[in-house]
Design a binder for this molecule. Structure first.
Ligand code: HEM
Length: 219
């Protein structure tokens, strides 16, 4: 009998190539190497605002679903931190000055589309963003702070004040993924949706790289 791999392990293994694609996308790699500018960083924060606005509005509705609800907690909520970051980085008129890039529009449409009708698809998008934020995200936040001289203003998105131990939190999240009542076919569909979510993130980095000169994301 082949040994049964827990769903959370299969999900991580099957998405690890897609993760590398996102992690090593030129725009992100430049920011990590110290070759991105403060404007580049601000453009990324602006796109995050549109994505988390969709994700967290969807989470609000998904609370009614018993399976999706297991994953939803205010400890993860990022929108207020993003809004404070944007006010600090751009100014109080930040909302009039930011525009979603084409990939962000498609990403947001997908979150809203699956998020309203398909709990497993919602969890796929929730997992891809928040487990990433609690992993590499913590490191990215520290690096951006050092690079651009931020203390907490400007990188609030990366500071999870209500999660003292990210590793323990992620372990529980993975246990919840393993305990969810999804059959093999549904697990496959969720893995596919995680791959779609990674592709959006990789494509967004390509949009951000292309926008460096046009600067249409932040006026
Ligand atoms: C420079 C960029 C990035 C770095 C350095 C990075 C780094 C990492 C590291 C070290 C882990 C493993 C943590 C652990 O084992 O607990 C991780 C996990 C993860 N990352 Fe990233 N990451 C980056 C970008 C991204 C992006 C853009 C996404 C998607 C939006 C993402 C999503 C994830 C997810 C979902 C996990 C959890 C995988 C799992 O354990 O199931 N990461 N990342």
């Amino acid at each position: 009998m082949p040994e049964l791999v827990p769903f959370s392990t299969a999900l991580r293994e099957r998405s690890s190539a897609a993760h590398s694609g996102s992690e090593h996308a030129g725009f992100m790699a430049d920011l990590m190497k110290g070759e991105g500018t403060r404007d580049d960083y601000v453009a990324l924060v602006a796109q995050h605002w549109f994505i988390y606005e969709a994700l967290e509005a969807t989470a609000d509705r998904m609370k009614a679903d018993p399976v999706a609800a297991t994953f939803i907690t205010e400890k993860l909520t990022r929108l207020p931190a993003l809004e404070a970051d944007l006010a600090f980085l751009i100014g109080d008129d930040w909302r009039e000055r930011i525009t979603p890039l084409p990939t962000t529009e498609r990403y947001v449409a997908r979150i809203r589309e699956v998020g309203t009708v398909w709990p497993g698809g919602f969890v796929a998008h929730h997992y891809t963003r928040y487990l990433g934020d609690l992993s590499g995200g913590l490191f990215i936040g520290r690096l951006m702070a050092r690079r651009f001289g931020f203390e907490t203003n400007g990188i609030g998105f990366y500071l999870f004040g209500d999660i003292a131990d990210p590793k323990a939190f992620k372990d529980v999240y993975r246990e919840q993924l393993d305990a969810a009542p999804w059959d093999a076919a549904e697990q496959e569909r969720i893995i596919d949706e995680v791959l779609v979510a990674y592709q959006f993130n990789t494509d967004l980095f390509a949009d951000l790289a292309a926008d460096k000169h046009a600067k249409s994301a932040v006026a």
